[in-house]
Design a protein around this ligand. Sequence first.
Ligand code: FES
Ligand code: FES
Length: 164
Amino acid sequence: MPIRLTVNGRERSSDAPAMGALVDLLRDEFHLTGAKPVCREGFCGACMVLIDGVPTLSCLTPAALVEGSHVRTIEGLCADGVPSPLQAALERHDAVQCGMCFPGMVVTLTDFLERTERPSREAVRAALTGNICRCTGYERIVDAALSLASDRVGPAVAPGVEAT
Ligand code: FES
Ligand code: FES
């Protein structure tokens, strides 16, 4: 029985094994390789996608469970090759990480900033706790997220204060 779902606004179906991981369905069947199966144990966040708007680890999600769902991957965040506002802010801040960890971080932050109008620095850092980079800091990424939030609604609240 084929699995049917919507991925980045496009209806898709597959006869891939239903109990296979969503990350493999995305990568192997739909050739969307942005989500990375790095640890496959739920620790690193490299496989993060949005399922019906909820950040979800696609390495731990059986493909069968996404039947009828709307999945958004890193590939779906830009439109016609135009970076999303977050992607543009990250670029302006030279906040570029490797291709293993970064897509998951961008998916996580996209969701966070859609839900959080005026985040504090601590809130942005907390949002990224499930996305692990093993080699560098997160400061430029946090700077980019705060700058985007500030551009949208004005300066962020004082450090340590959660505004929303
Ligand atoms: S690959 Fe899914 S959390 Fe690491
Ligand atoms: S830059 Fe990707 S794991 Fe550190």
